[in-house]
Design a protein around this ligand. Structure first.
Ligand SMILES: C[S@@+](CC[C@H](N)C(=O)[O-])C[C@H]1O[C@@H](n2cnc3c(N)ncnc32)[C@H](O)[C@@H]1O
Length: 237
């Protein structure tokens, strides 16, 4: 990676604060060097099912997959669907690659996952409008201080893009354990109610993890700390 390119660690650290973490173990470094280039989202041009998976298929897009548990779990459940995950934190990418390679012992290698080591919105902007069946934003960085609210992923600009990229009937799933983010997200989504229908009938709908929604590492940590976790499903109108 060369300096100042989108995937460059210096650029990523500046953008996200912690794109680099603990040194990778040899096996993880091997996956980053060998497997990642084979399943990386192309750096330029349209991001389509045909280009990434060689066939038309339902497309899922995960923003900030952390260690990739949810993305790998969903990809394992839906082998005919294509999954695109983006994460600037290299340790998370390495962790996700172990799931894709089937090295964690819990599942077979996954042929239906493509990964971008970097900014999700840049990749999302290259997805054709109306192409996504599912979009996931699970436990985004909370940026709890009011003066940092503009940095939250859930804001009018990104949410407009989520609406554009989802097909009618497509689903946007969002989860958080952070009360400030919860309030902020509800207000933002309320402004976009013409595009999104909140699939919530009773309070337990957003207090219970729906079926087909694998637990993420961050979520497990939040529960261990005794936090309530909120789950939101919105249908693109
Ligand atoms: C609190 S962590 C949650 C990770 C994971 N979703 C989970 O639930 O375990 C938020 C993640 O979002 C990632 N992130 C922040 N900004 C991002 C961006 N612009 N594009 C993609 N990922 C981003 C961070 O690197 C971090 O891994």
């Amino acid at each position: 990676m060369t300096a100042n390119k989108p995937g460059d660690p210096t650029t990523l650290n500046r953008l996200y604060g912690r794109a680099k973490g603990k040194a990778l173990r040899a096996g993880q470094q091997g996956l980053v060097d060998d497997l990642l280039p084979r399943i990386a989202v192309p750096d330029e041009g349209p991001v389509t099912a045909e280009r990434l998976f060689g066939r038309p298929c339902s497309l899922h897009f995960e923003i900030g997959f952390g260690g990739g548990e949810h993305m790998a779990g969903r990809a394992d459940m839906l082998p005919d669907h294509g999954f695109i995950g983006c994460e600037p934190f290299v340790n998370g990418v390495a962790q996700a690659l172990t799931h894709v390679a089937g090295d964690n012992g819990s599942q077979a290698p996954l042929g239906n996952v493509r990964i971008h080591h970097g900014d999700a919105l840049e990749v999302l902007s290259r997805v054709p409008d109306g192409a996504l069946s599912f979009l996931y934003l699970l436990h985004p960085d909370p940026w709890p201080k009011a003066r940092h609210a503009k940095r939250r992923m859930m804001n009018d600009g990104p949410v407009r893009m989520f609406a554009a990229k989802l097909k009618p009937g497509g689903e946007f799933r969002f989860g958080t354990d952070h009360p400030v983010y919860l309030r902020h997200a509800l207000m933002v989504m309320q402004r976009h109610r013409a595009d999104f229908e909140w699939l919530c009938q009773t309070p337990s709908d957003f207090l219970t993890r729906p079926g087909g929604w694998p637990e993420t590492r961050y979520e497990a940590k939040a529960r261990k700390q005794g936090h309530e976790v909120w789950y939101f499903r919105y249908r693109r109108r």
